[in-house]
Design a protein around this ligand. Structure first.
Ligand code: ACM
Length: 625
């Protein structure tokens, strides 16, 4: 009976897959050719490997088993076989990280020059497993992998994702889960933003107050940037940090997934948590400074300038600062084996420097025209420290000269990256307009309260090598996730996916293989996979994009969709929209009055995505913007 059930489920799985026969690989491989037939993956299959690929074989077996319940045999001949082979003679085309994957009826072969390549071949193979097999876990005992021939390799060597663990803290286990998902989509760099005004998150044994004090803040809810100041003597319960052992564990785990961790210690600005522990290191030496729980402590002006109402910067004229940083970077360099240490350098307010006597003397001695020169001096001193630890410095590099040999992460657009590349500095492109995944990805009335928008489509249209850049120096790009408005790990996932999938494809796939239409279709298939694997994601691509303008005394609403094959229905009569409500075809003229506009997307008569509700006032405000 059990066998019959297995056969029926297996047939059903094959049928479902046949119904849904296009494979959806993200990132798109460099070359992929579908073939006739399929490989039956079941408990009679075996995984065979060359000695260097043993670790990969175990990972593959374990992942297939957790995903589908199927348990391949390891290291013996099976009825059908999966071969993992590290090449004896190097294949020039696939290079350091690429692979060849061939799926035939009786065997699957993954060949690569390195274990890294085998790992990426495995990630592609896992995506060839039909989603139905993940859903029907433990039941079918068998699934069909479509025959295919793939030759694949990355476009860029830096395929990064930044996670801000300062504004909100994420546990060691959550970081590992994050690494799993990133590496599955062939990211190879996890940049951890470990320190900021809102928390210092890494143990420095020689400076224990950094975590005794700097890792903890008073607990607050509500909109970040508008929260109440700590009260005198109020206990500090929110926070956390990674011990040296935690970091070693994370680094080791990441290494197994071919991910390098890049630590960031953000200086000389963004240092309130550091200064809460060691206030003497600022110009003001303000001992009342606290780890910030998300209060309003800065003013931003329309020309992009800003003022810090609290001194959150290190004093560049104080030698104690450099001694302190030497201690910090000694431990950081020891804990992280990667070649880079990120030292921030962004959004440094210099108002307290310009009022400080010692800074003025230093400026005079160095013959500096203004306080900006002090930051250049500071970054140069830090560069010397980083180099003395055998590492390379990477910086946000938003203004001033680039210190010798430094690598630049271009975030305020692409221009600084272009400049840096033409001066012979390596560059990681991470412009806000394509890569800031903390921005809203959908309708603003239902997304986390962030001041800017970044739809999936804009993410997908990121091009890391802009005109006039020196391509030779562009290492790649990075998705950045700042977490002021991201209190939980499931929200991290919601903000990451699907936009990180888009960036994964930008950074891995050949430029001319990118196709927005195909990508959205693949994205929808990966939604189903993500759901089956328990990964949160945003379905904002289904939500109508609402634009409002004034025209002849009326408000005119236009609806667009990022997803294909959807109908948008709306109501302005107070009823809930349904498939029976007006279908959107042309811009809607909103009658003046106390109107509520509602809309949603539908496919095959089913609502997909969110219901959006906007009052007349909301619409008017949008038209006024
Ligand atoms: C940044 O977004 N301040 C690098």
């Amino acid at each position: 009976m059990k066998n019959i059930l297995l056969i029926i489920t297996s047939l059903l799985t094959s049928f479902l897959f046949a119904q849904n026969n296009t494979v959806a690989l993200i990132p798109q491989p460099a070359n992929a050719m579908m073939k006739e037939g399929f490989f039956i993956l079941d408990n009679e299959c075996a995984i065979n490997y060359t000695p260097e690929a043993k670790k990969s074989a175990l990972i593959l077996a374990e992942t297939i088993s957790t995903m589908t319940g199927i348990k391949p045999i390891i290291g013996k001949n099976g009825v059908r076989n999966i071969f993992l082979e590290v090449n004896k003679v190097s294949n020039q085309q696939t290079g350091e990280e690429g692979y060849n994957l061939v799926v035939e009826e009786k065997k699957i072969t993954i060949k690569a020059n390195t274990e890294t390549g085998i790992f990426y071949g495995i990630q592609t193979l896992l995506q060839l497993i039909p989603t139905e097999a993940i859903w029907s876990k433990q039941q079918s005992g068998s699934t069909n992998i479509p025959a295919i021939e793939i030759t694949d390799y990355p476009r860029f060597r830096w395929r990064g994702a930044m996670l801000d663990v300062s504004r909100h803290f994420f546990t060691k286990e959550e970081i590992k889960t994050h690494i799993d998902q990133l590496s599955h989509y062939k990211f190879n760099t996890l940049h951890l933003h470990l320190t900021d005004d809102h928390g210092w998150r890494i143990e420095i044994e020689s400076l224990p107050k950094l975590t005794d004090i700097g890792a903890w803040r008073v607990e607050r809810q509500g909109q970040f940037g508008e929260r109440e100041n700590p009260k005198p003597g109020e206990p500090k319960h929110y926070g956390g940090f990674y011990t040296h052992n935690d970091i070693r564990e994370i680094v080791e785990y990441a290494k197994e997934k071919y991910v390098t961790i890049v630590p960031e210690i953000d200086i000389p600005g963004h240092c309130m948590a550091l200064l809460a522990a060691y206030p003497n290191l600022s110009c003001t030496k303000d001992s009342s400074i606290q780890v910030n729980p998300g209060t309003h402590f800065s003013e931003w002006f329309s020309d992009g300038s800003f003022k810090m109402l609290v001194d959150n910067t290190l004093n560049p004229s104080d030698e104690n600062v450099y001694e302190f940083l030497d201690k910090v970077f000694t431990e950081i360099a020891m804990l992280f084996p990667g070649e880079y240490i990120h030292v921030g350098g962004d959004e440094c307010y210099k108002g307290y420097w310009s009022e400080n006597q010692a800074c003025k003397v230093l400026m005079e001695n160095l013959n500096l025209q203004d306080v900006n020169g002090l930051q250049v001096y500071f970054m140069k001193r830090v560069n010397d420290i980083i180099i003395s630890k055998g590492k390379k410095m990477i910086i946000w590099g938003e203004d001033g000269d680039f210190p010798a040999g430094s690598t630049v992460m271009s975030w305020k657009g692409l221009q600084r990256g272009i400049e840096a590349s033409t001066l012979g500095h390596f560059v990681v492109m991470t412009p806000t307009q394509h890569c800031y995944l903390d921005y809203q990805q959908g309708e603003s009335s239902i997304e986390p309260p962030v001041y800017a928008s970044l739809r999936l489509k804009e993410t997908y249209h990121f091009e890391p090598v802009p005109k006039n850049a020196n391509e030779k120096y562009i290492l790649g790009g990075q998705a950045n996730l700042w977490t002021e408005n991201i209190p939980t790990f499931s929200t991290v996932q919601y903000m990451m996916y699907p936009r990180a999938w888009a960036i994964a494809e930008v950074l891995w796939s050949p430029k001319d293989s990118r196709n927005w239409e195909t990508f959205t279709q693949k994205t929808e298939k990966h939604f189903i996979r993500a759901k089956a694997m328990g990964i949160n994601y945003s379905s904002a691509i289904y939500d109508p994009i609402i634009t409002v303008k004034h025209q002849q005394g009326k408000l005119i609403v236009t609806l667009e969709s990022e997803a294909h094959n959807v109908e948008m229905h709306y109501s302005i009569d107070g009823t809930m929209p349904s498939v029976f409500s007006d279908k959107y075809n042309t811009p809607i003229v909103i009658p003046n009055g106390n109107i509520t506009f509602r809309c949603a997307s539908y496919r095959n008569d089913k609502k997909i995505g969110n219901l959006i509700t906007l009052t007349y006032n909301d619409l008017q405000k949008r038209a006024d913007q």
